[in-house]
Design a protein around this ligand. Structure first.
Ligand SMILES: Nc1ncnc2c1ncn2[C@@H]1O[C@H](COP(=O)(O)OP(=O)(O)O)[C@@H](O)[C@H]1O
Ligand SMILES: [Mg+2]
Length: 275
């Protein structure tokens, strides 16, 4: 059992290693360590202030959705997380490592354990679906060709693409491309998965299918995840908690049910006009 008090987490651990000792429980105080911690993040492009004090803490194993209208800085936030953009101010800590202090070694460590599902679902068009995965895996991990192939086939089967393993990306439908992109992110067996608009451009039924697939994979592998989306139905299916990005920061955070009660026209708009 885990309870949270401020930044302390109480863990109650059962001890039953000796069969002749009755089982009992004791409590210890462990410092609570978030997997992803963003503190007071600022990012501007020239005169355009995109992020102005964004703060977010995502616990290990939690799936957090960032909701926001187009152009509010959702993708910029994700890019700051993986060091693709350098913040102007603030702290970005991933698995206890400062990402905003540009150490090449730290960044390479973070990228090894982070899967990124890009907005466009961009697959390498000149490679088969299988090669898209084996290429990604060999780039991050030392594996033999046979191991890479076996793992890639495993993840493609998990996302329901066993039939499409040898196909080229141009032969896939929009939903299949998203599945392939998800398998490519999963194949490195990441501890963290960042999804940028995973359902954009899909019809409502395919969107729901992808959202359910994401939820299933999150449940199966227990990654820590941030899902950036303006699709409230997707957020409802995948997230433990969500936040609304507005005016450069996460203005409201909570469960989807809590957000649905917020008296703000923009937030209400997400719930009124799904997709
Ligand atoms: N590299 C960049 N250079 C200049 N402006 C940028 C850059 N990246 C993003 N922006 C601007 O920052 C704002 C937020 O972008 P983005 O995070 O992509 O929005 P979204 O919430 O739709 O993902 C937009 O106005 C965009 O034009
Ligand atoms: Mg974006």
């Amino acid at each position: 059992m885990v309870k949270l008090f401020g930044n302390l987490r109480v863990s109650t651990i059962p001890i039953s290693s000796y069969s002749n000792v009755p089982t009992f429980q004791y409590s210890v105080l462990l410092p609570y360590k978030a997997m992803i911690e963003i503190i007071n993040l600022h990012k501007s492009f020239g005169d355009l202030a995109v992020l102005s004090g964004l703060t977010l803490s995502v616990a290990r194993g939690e799936t957090f959705s960032i909701l926001g209208k187009s152009g509010t800085g959702k993708s910029v936030t994700l890019k700051c997380l993986v060091g693709l953009l350098e913040p102007d101010a603030g702290e970005v800590v991933v698995d206890s490592t400062r990402v905003d202090i540009y150490s090449r070694k730290a960044l390479s460590e973070i990228r090894k354990k982070t899967g990124f599902l890009f907005q466009s679902g961009a697959l390498y068009d000149s490679m088969s679906v299988l090669d898209n995965l084996t290429f990604n895996l060999s780039r991050h991990h030392k594996v033999t060709h046979a191991e890479a192939k076996e793992k890639s086939e495993h993840y493609l089967t998990l996302v329901g693409l066993s039939e499409a393993i040898g196909k080229m990306p141009s032969e896939l439908s929009g939903g299949m491309r998203k599945r392939a992109a998800l398998a490519r992110a999963l194949v490195i067996e990441p501890q963290i998965l960042l999804y940028d608009e995973p359902t954009t451009g899909l019809d409502p039924i395919t969107s729901a299918g992808i959202s359910e697939l994401i939820r299933d994979m999150q449940g199966r592998f227990g990654m820590t995840a941030i899902v950036v989306t303006h699709d409230i139905l997707c957020a409802g299916i995948v997230s433990d908690r969500a936040g609304v990005l507005k005016d450069g920061l996460l203005k409201y955070t909570g469960t989807l049910n809590e957000l649905a009660e917020i008296e703000d026209e923009e937030v209400k708009g997400f719930f009124r006009n799904p997709l």
